[in-house]
Design a protein around this ligand. Structure first.
Ligand SMILES: [Zn+2]
Length: 410
């Protein structure tokens, strides 16, 4: 069990991200992920999936079993030779908390080691100043762990996802326009000091990408991108199984690519970003300006467009074009086989998808646009929080596994 001391929390103030992992950490993470996401799986098949020798897998699995992370199921035979023994991760070994922070609400979950949600809770966020947010996240975390068997003693820590420029490696929110213009807030340190638990912070779309990588539409591909449409327009990129962070965590900030320098003003201070055309607020505002009456919400805007109003329909088409143009830039750079479109605004996908596809095909190089499979995934809010918890699980479990397997060369 991981010791729950203040020193341990402080120790995690600057967790290193996957791109900084040693080859040993990569192998351990790959093996753990293979058993987690594909289990029950035999040592032979796990070795095939991650490209390691069966002997190396056998050596690494031994301390994982001794440490209670992996259990063996009843063996079976596939012809002559020793029977194959399926391995699974023991879901009860640890839990992790995940919290998604939005401008007005916290969405929290506690998950088991399979990242299955054990408890979920929401709390309004009345005050978005940093210290108040820390206190609210800490309170929600205590409630979630208090209502879970083995709560705090079994937890690997708390993962927090939020929109904006989040430098997870340094534990600092560089800029978050949704949270009263936060700048350079050392959120990880503040929350770790409050809770005395390991804390990890990450851009919220990146946490969603981790959830999709483990359990969703990113499971069977080593490279994919996630684009989310809602209060903002966000992005995350996974290439060769690695989530891209870039120099300071801003990689994948898809929504702030400029598609029209004379376009509408964006939250970020610039003009004509994709977000300034396609976010919920941008769509509602554009319909209000052109029709002379502001819809009360995106849902109402969708209703007006579904009712056949040509002005409202045109606004959605322009949002689709902006997204398509942005996606063309993304596929030209990265040529991903899959792009997952998600977020609460994707409920209006039928109004934007044709314009999006048309623009994507028109603006992308050669067949890059057609080579890319667009997957529209309306995901519940809890999935974001689950992703934040999964990000913490991956980090916390890897630390434990590194200690457990310390003597084994890999
Ligand atoms: Zn912008």
């Amino acid at each position: 069990m991981i010791p729950q001391t203040a020193d341990h929390a402080a120790d995690l103030t600057a967790p290193h991200q996957p791109e900084q992992w040693s080859s040993r950490e990569r192998n351990l993470a790959a093996l753990f992920t293979a058993i987690l996401t594909r289990g029950p799986i035999s040592r032979r098949d796990a070795a095939r999936v991650i490209g390691m020798s069966q002997a190396a897998v056998t050596k690494l699995v031994k301390p994982m079993i001794a440490g209670g992370y992996v259990t063996e199921q009843e063996g079976y035979s596939e012809g002559p030779g020793r029977p194959l023994i399926p391995l699974i991760i023991d879901a009860r070994r640890h839990n992790a908390v995940g919290v998604k922070v939005t401008g007005g609400e916290l969405i929290g979950v506690v998950v088991d080691l399979h990242a299955e949600v054990l408890q979920s809770r929401r709390a309004p966020l009345a005050d978005a100043r940093p210290q108040k947010v820390v206190e609210s996240v800490a309170e929600l975390t205590r409630e979630l762990l208090g209502s879970t068997a083995d709560g705090e003693s079994g937890t690997v820590g708390v993962g927090v996802g939020l929109g904006g420029h989040v430098d997870g490696r340094r534990g600092v929110v560089r800029f978050s326009p949704m949270l009263e213009d936060w700048r350079d807030v050392p959120l990880q340190r503040m929350l770790a000091d409050e809770l005395h638990l390991p804390v990890l912070i990450e851009n919220d779309v990146n946490t969603l990408a981790v959830a999709e990588q483990w359990f969703g539409a990113g499971r069977d591909t080593s490279s994919f991108a996630v684009v989310t449409v809602g209060a903002g327009v966000g992005g995350a990129i996974v290439i060769d199984d690695q989530l891209l962070h870039g120099a300071s965590g801003a990689a994948g900030e898809f929504g702030h690519n400029i598609v029209d320098p004379r376009g509408p003003l964006c939250h970020c201070g610039k003009r004509g970003c994709i977000e300034a055309f396609a976010s919920d607020e941008a769509i509602v505002r554009a319909i209000g300006e052109r029709r002379g009456r502001l819809p009360g919400s995106l849902a109402e805007a969708v209703q007006i467009a579904h009712g056949g109003d040509p002005v409202a329909r045109q606004v959605f088409i322009e949002a689709g074009r902006a997204l398509g143009q942005g996606l063309a830039g993304l596929v030209n750079l990265l040529n991903p086989p899959v792009v997952i479109l998600s977020g609460e605004g994707i409920s209006a996908s039928d109004l934007i998808i044709d314009a999006l596809n048309e623009e994507l095909t028109r603006s992308s190089f050669s067949s890059a646009g057609r080579d890319c499979r667009l997957v529209v995934r309306p995901l519940p809010d809890e999935t974001w929080a689950r992703g934040a918890a999964a990000t913490m699980l991956r980090h916390g479990v890897l630390r434990s596994l590194m200690t457990l397997t310390g003597e084994i060369p890999v």
